[in-house]
Design a protein around this ligand. Structure first.
Ligand SMILES: [Ca+2]
Length: 140
């Protein structure tokens, strides 16, 4: 570990992302596609500006929270990204600074989650939201 920052990351630009394990496509565990394999992102340094980039890339509106510790369940397969640094204005997640892809000191108990304001189907856990009155209103 610890070969330092690289910029831009060694990934196809932009790398595909998705949110899984949540009630809809705009809430869930963040997964990134690299080398034909979906992997997760570690919650080290994970924060709202990072989630803002994810929500923007997915067309899911604003970021409401950036929960860590695998709030939408632990992923499987590789942990692709760790110690990410986004300023919140990047057009896509793969434009953020990060350790080299695949290099991390995490386990899947640290998988990062994202909650976007975009409409999702179903109920989400209110502990993950900044406001308990947040309401989902049907399909995106
Ligand atoms: Ca780390």
């Amino acid at each position: 570990m610890g070969s330092g920052w690289i910029e831009p990351p060694r990934a196809a630009h932009p790398a595909a992302i998705r949110l899984v394990g949540g009630p809809g496509r705009c809430v869930g565990r963040l997964e990134v596609l690299w080398e034909q394999q979906w992997g997760t992102v570690c919650d080290d340094r994970w924060a709202l500006p990072h989630a803002a980039v994810v929500c923007r890339q997915l067309g899911c509106g604003d970021a409401l929270s950036a929960p860590g510790s695998a709030p939408f369940g632990s992923g499987e397969g590789p942990i692709w990204l760790d110690d990410m640094e986004c300023n919140g204005t990047e057009a896509e997640l793969s434009a953020c600074r990060t350790r080299p892809w695949g290099e991390h000191n995490c386990d899947h108990g640290e998988d990062a989650g994202v909650v976007c304001s975009g409409k999702s189907v179903g109920i989400i856990h209110r502990d993950l939201l900044p406001k308990s009155e947040f309401i989902h209103q049907g399909h995106p």
